[in-house]
Design a protein around this ligand. Sequence first.
Ligand code: TXA
Ligand code: MG
Length: 324
Amino acid sequence: MTAEPGTRALQAAPEAIKDAARCLAAGGLVAFPTETVYGLGADAGNSEAVARLYAAKGRPAFNPLIAHVADLAAARRQAVFDPAAERLAAAFWPGPLTLVLPKAPGCTVSDLALAGLDSVAVRLPAHPVAQALLAAFGGPVVAPSANRSGHVSPTNAAHVLGDLRGRIDLVLDGGPCAVGVESTIVSCLGEPTLLRPGGLPRADIERVLGRPLALAATPVDDDAPLAPGMLSSHYAPKARLRLNAGRAKEGEALLAFGPAPAHHGLTLNLSPTGDLIEAAANLFSHLRSLDASGAASIAVMTIPHDGLGEAINDRLARAAAPRP
Ligand code: TXA
Ligand code: MG
């Protein structure tokens, strides 16, 4: 298989897997096979790499990503398992089931990859190449399906190259995916709830739980902006947000972008040089820090709407929306 300069395609042999793990550690983007579909992986703890991942996919919004881990011990470092989650993990991992769980105190997945949520989606894939890559890398890898936003999920390396050639660093070719549809997503934040039907049949899950799954009012869809019903579950600062502010008023905190006007109050800059990838990487952590300062209002400077700016503005608009 050939790829244009910029994206290497390697047969998933042991040396190539080590190479891919080094690439992830260096902040690179690596597509790899799982039993469901090919994922586009980035170091979950590296928000710049995660920002580049969103840019490569051309996502219109920062939807939260699934953190892929090598084993149950690694999953427990990222997420808190209640008894239902324990039963599901014991029955179906490794396999095509993603669990949405409360973040563990030591969770290392970046705020950007979590879209600012206090929950984390974790998955332990069954594919030997995915497992070898996760073990070699040694930390959680966030991986949405390795397609451009709005396209169907890829089930072989050629699909990945067709969509992402030149936009990512490496594709590990491990042949076609056995399952072919994405993982089933179950939230265990309260009553176990089916968020997305997928490769693991609902009936199998209900048999293990001994009761029916609740159904999400608005199923998740990674290519659509979140439905209004899910807005309340998304990160909202306590402070009011004033968007497209030229400068901050007395008593406001300032979230700047590019050259910042002088301001007496607390100022954090998403990117002094006006780099949208850097801005995306800083978005949620800066919002949290400004909110934690106790300011009643945060003035947010104008963010250009191109590239990742569209997703940044989507998140800012949600964070600024009136709440009940
Ligand atoms: O089979 C799969 O799950 C594939 C392979 C690569 O593992 N991955 C995948 O990821 O389908 P993605 O990003 O295309 O879909 C993940 C879905 C998104 O719809 C996202 O909104 C949802 O998971 N999600 C992630 N974290 C969530 C959270 N904390 N709460 C609710 N939904 C979440
Ligand atoms: Mg997808």
